[in-house]
Design a binder for this molecule. Structure first.
Ligand SMILES: [Fe+2]
Length: 200
């Protein structure tokens, strides 16, 4: 595989994982926890979510201890087992609701602390496949695609029937303790964004 050019300097990226094929994991949350998660996150109105115009999606990032952030800890051991690293740590979580004419997920790698990515499907009114490195994956509710967000290109095709469909996803991200997220602090991401803009 060609060497990945990371958004941060290589030495700040920390210990890099052995990148493996993505896997779909079923029953990520217990039925009770999944229902609690749905009730909480689907209860947010669009007005309460932040609209991300570039992806045409509505987003929620809450402080530590609240939903969806509390699920980072809840799923920590599962993530360690899935990615075969007993040292990985939570970085950040995000709930997103894809809805409307601009909904999309263009081909990209992640610039934030997404070494290990758990993409959990909450609800989906339509089959909208995810692609990672040219392979197609289709998720049902409470299934997650587990892959390497900083190392594997990922995207989706056109959002079907934009007027009527909604797809709700929960992103749980993890990284190693020597990743810039922990050594420089989460705010280092702002420097990465500024450097990326300056290079464009
Ligand atoms: Fe991504």
């Amino acid at each position: 595989m060609a060497k990945t050019k990371y958004f941060a300097d290589d030495e700040l990226m920390g210990t890099r994982p052995v990148v493996k094929e993505p896997v779909i994991v079923s029953d990520v949350l217990s039925p009770e926890k999944f229902q609690e998660t749905l009730n909480t996150l689907n209860g947010y109105s669009l007005d309460e979510l932040k609209y991300d115009r570039s992806f045409g999606r509505f987003m929620l990032k809450n402080p530590a201890g609240q939903m969806p952030d509390q699920l980072l800890e809840h799923c920590l051991q599962k993530a360690r087992d899935i990615f075969d690293s007993q040292t990985l740590l939570p970085t950040y979580s995000c709930y997103v609701r894809y809805k409307g004419a601009r909904a999309n997920l263009l081909r990209h790698m992640d610039s934030n602390a997404c070494t290990y990515t758990v993409d959990l499907c909450l609800t989906s009114s339509v089959d909208w496949p995810l692609y990672v490195e040219d392979k197609e994956y289709l998720l049902k509710p409470n299934q997650a695609l587990c892959f390497y967000g900083e190392d594997q290109l990922h995207w989706r095709g056109p959002f079907p029937e934009k007027d009527s469909n909604i797809v709700d996803m929960l992103f749980l991200h993890y990284a190693e303790p020597d990743h810039w997220y922990f050594t420089q602090g989460p705010e280092y991401y702002q420097k990465i964004l500024a450097d990326t803009r300056a290079a464009m």
